[in-house]
Design a protein around this ligand. Structure first.
Ligand SMILES: [Zn+2]
Length: 326
């Protein structure tokens, strides 16, 4: 696809405006696996950045294949999987503290919960959990995970103390509808936690179309604080806290984005390697990365802390409550 073939104005899937200038994309980039060519364009009405052209149902089905999800037991090979579970437990504790350090069991809903790493960490801390996933996801049948539409949870209206959308909103066809349903499911004094790649971050600007967290074509929307705040206002919710320091995602995003510049190596090759069952070839390739990984890690951690100080980190996490006063 060339820029010319989508010349003209597109439709904004968030605010319904026809004011998306697809003839002047902010950037063009290949898909996550190096295939395809996509444009990122900003809606001149609501400011949200979107992926064009919208991927077809068939393309999305390929993008959300078993490689993407992993199995119910694991997504990565042994070491990164252990790291991912460690991070899940830390994240659950952090989210509970942000909510106010609960002294009683809470009801927690994780929308787009994947294989349930975060949910299991909440359950281990004594809380009541429920997760949702796309219909047809490989996690149907796992305890506490429903593959259903949020509308099917109507009976649970107002019953959740915490709802989590962790790197999910940017994948959805209609984020506004999901946020409105999440608001209905949330208790009046509950917390909704949202984390998304921060399109307004230093990494996004620095790495442009090589940025790991673009994840095209799965990411249909690319949020910044301002577009997210505006969107939440339309569903009568408000941001009470923001943070751009998501250590694991920020540092890995930095490292993989730099690796994406290396000639002769497939886009996101290291990430694919971390997800494969380890064999002699993948072990050899992983070891070959080590000499470059150490200096990159030092740079990545430095960037994480400096950008985080100025709220310019690669992932934006917000705590949101129902706006009971306006
Ligand atoms: Zn718009």
């Amino acid at each position: 696809m060339t820029q010319k073939s989508i010349e003209g104005y597109g439709y904004c899937a968030l605010c319904g405006s026809n004011d998306v200038n697809t003839a002047s994309p902010l950037l063009t980039a290949a898909g996550f696996d190096g295939n395809g060519n996509y444009c990122l364009c900003r809606c001149l009405q609501c400011g949200v950045v979107q992926t064009y052209p919208k991927p077809s149902t068939d393309l999305l089905a390929q993008a959300y294949n078993s490689d993407y999800y992993g199995s119910s037991d694991s997504k990565f090979n042994r070491l990164p999987e252990l790291w991912s579970r460690f991070i899940g437990r830390r994240r659950a504790r952090w989210l509970l503290r942000q909510h106010g350090g609960p002294d009683k069991p809470l009801r927690i809903l994780d929308i787009g919960c994947g294989r349930g790493v975060l949910l299991n960490a909440f359950a281990a801390a004594g809380h009541t959990i429920m997760g949702t996933e796309r219909e047809g996801s490989p996690f149907s049948g796992l305890p506490h995970i429903l593959c259903c539409d949020l509308a099917d949870l109507e009976a649970q209206t107002g019953s959740f103390d915490i709802i989590v959308l962790w790197h999910v909103l940017e994948h959805l066809n209609n984020p506004k509808e999901t946020l409105a349903k999440a608001r209905d499911l949330l208790d009046n004094s509950g917390s909704l936690f949202i984390s998304v790649p921060n399109f307004g971050s230093n990494q996004s600007r620095l790495f442009n179309n090589h940025w790991f967290h673009l994840d095209l074509p799965r990411h249909l929307f690319h949020f910044e604080y301002t577009s997210l705040e505006l969107l939440l206002r339309t569903v009568n919710m408000k941001i009470t806290r923001q943070n751009t320091c998501v250590f694991d995602q920020n540092t890995y995003g930095f490292i993989q984005s730099i690796l994406n510049y290396l000639p002769g190596i497939k886009n996101n090759h290291l990430y694919s390697l971390l997800k494969k069952d380890m064999n002699v070839t993948s072990l050899f390739l992983s070891v070959a990365y080590l000499p470059i990984l150490f200096p990159l890690m030092i740079l990545a951690v430095t960037e994480h802390y400096i950008s985080g100080l100025f709220r310019q980190g690669a992932c934006l996490t917000i705590q949101v409550t129902i706006n009971n006063h306006d």
